[in-house]
Design a protein around this ligand. Structure first.
Ligand code: 26Y
Length: 822
């Protein structure tokens, strides 16, 4: 028998240091004498990576050997952030590394900070996928993620003269966390035509390629917390097929065009589309989607075939979850493989397909729903368009049977929208091709059933539609982001078990009245605020007082999320302060309004909002009448690793979307879990957070989702009077107090002239009043801290572990694989 992994496992400080030195001197080919922090980061990562590989191989072997049902999570986005700290904590050897690095002359925090975020996502949807991978591994589910290996992740945001400027995020320079699998490749075809062939009396369709691009697998290990299970995230990279050059062209002297072919192929996985909730219908995006989906399915089918089971067992072995409609072509591709390649009958194949897929919807915003022009699909994927038409035909036939007199129903639910040009409605295709459809919070799941997917509930019955309220991983979002709070909690909850069973947080509640505990809690919050204040000073030059109330809104900039409401509220506060006498001012509570988030590069209004925030900051922050009473900060380049610093430092955070527009929100959960309170609308998961933590521990305001339609109607067809306080804010902007008024005229016009679609004026008064309640509550620090502790103690529901268990039970029908803890 061969001996396993003698070389690369360390368990103590000495062993760790030896591994670091070995990697510096051999893998990195450097000397310990000029080992800087980057080299220390690289070597530490390589040492931990080696450890993970052992567990990873064993996990994969065990999963192959046991051959139980696997889950495949298809997502165009995985917003992973940094890997090293997470790996150290999940493996449980961070202390060892800390001591070892200290002995080598490094502070572990500085080493961790060398890592570039893996920013392969836009926002909530991508981060959710990352939290799910963490939970799947922690709970020992046999699960793979499939995504694209973008060379450029979400752009880096710079703020220049108050405006957002996008800089490319080239992150792959050195990435120790990925393993290229040059032997795992799939040829993906595009364009071409479909020919009919008769084989043994049967007519089959053959798709002749017009272009072939190669998909190369890159694997990223995903360690579970406190378990040897290490799952796999497989990311596909595109490459010209047939090696580096098309030799025929090359030899015939057509060097330029052979290089051009290669570049065209590599373009497919080059860049993440930076739109969040805004569909643009670009051909390259559709190419990305098919490239990734086809490679993933080929891989999944190849693995299934190894077990030599009958095709009818496919859904017993494979569950595929579609993260929004972006991977919906997988439904069509599997049907194509089963019918055209494997020769199954249509109905038999379709039964297998629909039993395999589940579809998660993340939005009701019409502008975010994917539709592809029929002509584009025809051109790029001619066979797939035929299959889509057949799927639609059979579907509409069944609808017609059930609703014989309802012609309009057929028009409404058709997968093909009969518009000019005709469009393929991807959400409808996803519903028809899946056995379960879920929303991501209760309100959202109700809304999709009563609005955008109403007809489908009638057709399929209500059981096809379900809710799985989002969650977050407490490993990254508490233990890693807020180590001191995590430790304090552990001291009251009987150790670290709460990180695996978050409901154990409820043990905190009996300590709420404990003076010493509250004091320590408050000290930790303060220290986290000091750290953020330092970051603010270092990056913006503005000095903020950590004793102020920190009011945070960080998320993608979008009109529906209403950063404009927030900044108008800030201006209102500024005007109120300016109108006070010095004596009155002395009684006011100092506040720091902190914003962060990226605007899609083509989203002009979102960029205007950023500009207004910065313009207000420029005036307020240097106003000597105001001093510490109000500071306005825009934090550049909000991303996962910044969120890990910001969430623990917030007193109150803002989740203030127009009711009915934010599907769930997940940062609301991160902020509360880190001992902050929230101000929010009755939207998304805010509603369930309120149910869990209690109404007295959250600041809710604004109109309800059921009233939004009527209000909008009234704006358009009735009289629309602007809230008088908001009007004063607008007048002040128009006076030029915050710079050239023309710059902000569109934002004001959206409210005054264009129907105020997001109900900024309707909610303004309630918003301002509720902020006054926040101020009052914050004055009583003792009670404030009690609210925070109580809230945290009741947040157990919002772990992504609960979420994954619900998916496993209700949608995937998969079970964890027991592990031996050698
Ligand atoms: C079609 C394409 C342009 C597109 C790209 C990205 C469409 C949507 C998105 C991203 C959507 C997204 O991040 N949605 C968010 O998903 C979170 C996780 O479920 C929710 O918490 C959040 O409310 C929702 O906005």
């Amino acid at each position: 028998a061969w001996k396993r992994n003698q070389i690369t496992s360390f368990t103590d400080r000495d062993g760790f240091e030896k591994e670091v030195v070995r990697h510096v001197e051999t893998t990195l080919a450097r000397s310990m004498f000029n080992c800087d922090e980057i080299a220390a980061y690289s070597a530490t990562s390589l040492a931990f990576r080696d450890r993970l590989i052992t567990h990873w191989n064993r996990t994969q072997q065990r999963q192959t050997y046991r051959d139980t049902k696997r889950v495949y999570y298809l997502s165009l986005e995985f917003l992973m952030g940094r890997a090293l700290d997470n790996a150290m904590l999940n493996v449980g050897l961070k202390n060892v590394a800390q001591d070892g690095l200290a002995e080598l002359g490094f502070r572990i925090e500085d080493v961790i900070k060398q890592e570039h975020d893996a920013a392969l996502g836009n926002g909530g949807l991508g981060r959710l996928a990352a939290c799910f991978l963490d939970s799947l591994a922690t709970l020992n589910f046999p699960a793979w993620g499939y995504g694209l290996r973008y060379r450029y992740g979400i752009f880096k945001q710079e703020i220049i003269d108050g405006y957002q400027v996008e800089v490319p995020d080239y992150w792959l320079d050195f990435n120790p966390w990925e393993f290229p699998r040059h032997d795992v490749t799939v040829d993906i075809q595009f364009f071409g035509q479909v020919n009919k062939k008769t084989v043994g009396g049967k007519t089959i369709s053959v798709w002749e390629a017009g272009e072939i691009v190669q998909a190369v697998a890159y694997d990223v290990p995903i360690p579970g917390y406190d378990t040897p299970t290490t799952n796999n995230l497989r990311l596909w990279s595109s490459k010209a097929s047939g090696g580096e050059f098309d030799f025929q062209k090359f030899n015939s002297g057509d060097y330029e065009s052979s290089v051009a072919d290669q570049q065209r192929a590599e373009t497919i996985s080059a860049v993440l589309y930076p739109n969040d909730n805004l569909e643009r219908g670009k051909e390259l995006r559709l190419k990305q989607q098919y490239f990734w989906v086809a490679a993933s399915l080929y891989d999944i089918v190849r693995r299934f075939k190894k077990s030599r089971r009958s095709w009818n067992e496919f859904p017993d072995q494979v569950a595929i979850q579609l993260n929004d409609t972006h991977p919906t072509l997988a439904i069509v591709e599997l049907q194509r493989i089963l019918v055209d390649v494997e020769g199954l009958e249509w109905d038999n194949a379709w039964e297998i397909v629909t039993s395999t897929f589940g579809y998660t919807n993340h939005t009701v915003l019409p502008e975010a729903l994917e539709k592809w022009p029929v002509g584009l699909v025809q051109h790029l994927l001619p066979r797939h368009l035929q299959i889509i038409y057949d799927i639609n035909l059979f579907f509409l036939q069944s609808v017609e049977k059930a609703f014989p007199d309802d012609r309009d129903m057929l028009r409404r639910v058709s997968i093909i929208e009969e518009s000019q040009p005709k469009m393929v409605r991807m959400a409808f295709l996803a519903i028809v091709g899946s056995h379960k459809v879920n929303g991501v919070a209760e309100l959202h799941s109700d809304l999709i059933k009563t609005t955008i997917f109403k007809d489908f509930v009638e057709i399929y019955g209500p059981d096809k539609f379900t809710n799985v309220t989002n969650g977050i991983t407490p490993r990254r979002w508490l233990h890693q982001a807020n180590p001191r709070l995590s430790e304090l909690i552990a001291s009251k909850c009987g150790g670290n078990d709460f990180l695996k069973d978050l409901t154990l947080l409820n043990q905190l509640e009996k300590h709420v009245q404990d003076k010493q505990f509250r004091k320590e809690w408050a000290e930790i919050k303060y220290a986290n605020k000091v750290r953020l204040a330092k970051h603010i000073k270092d990056t913006t030059g503005v000095v903020v007082n950590p004793a102020s109330l920190f009011d945070v809104q960080v998320k993608r900039i979008h009109e529906y999320k209403r950063q404009q409401l927030n900044i108008f509220g800030v201006i209102h506060r500024y005007l109120s302060l300016k109108a006070m006498t010095p004596d009155q001012r002395k009684k006011q509570l100092p506040r720091v309004s902190i914003f962060g988030g990226k605007a899609a590069p083509g989203y002009w209004m979102a960029k205007q909002i950023i500009h207004l925030i910065n313009s207000v900051g420029a005036v307020v922050n240097k106003d000597e009448d105001i001093g510490d009473l109000l500071k306005v900060i825009f934090l550049e380049d909000y991303n996962v690793s910044k969120a890990e610093m910001i969430c623990p430092a917030s007193d109150i955070s803002e989740h203030i979307s127009t009711a009915g527009t934010e599907a769930s929100g997940t940062s609301n959960m991160k902020f509360v879990l880190n001992g902050g309170l929230i101000i929010g609308t009755c939207d998304g998961a805010n509603i369930e957070i309120t149910r869990e933590i209690g109404e007295s521990n959250i600041f809710l305001f604004g109109n309800l989702s059921e009233d939004v339609e009527d209000l909008r109607h009234a704006h358009t067809y009735g009289s629309h009077t602007i809230d008088s306080d908001l009007d004063k804010v607008f007048n002040e902007i128009e006076k030029g107090t915050f710079g050239t008024p023309h710059d902000f005229s569109a934002m004001i016009a959206a409210v005054r002239q264009h129907g105020d679609y997001y109900l900024v004026s309707d909610d303004f008064h309630s918003y301002i009043e509720t902020h006054q309640l926040v101020d009052e509550a914050y004055r009583n620090q003792d009670e404030w801290i009690a609210k925070c502790i109580t809230s945290v103690s009741r947040m157990g529901f919002f772990t992504s572990d609960r979420c994954i268990n619900e998916y496993a039970e209700e949608i995937w029908n998969v079970e964890p694989l027991a592990v031996d803890r050698h």
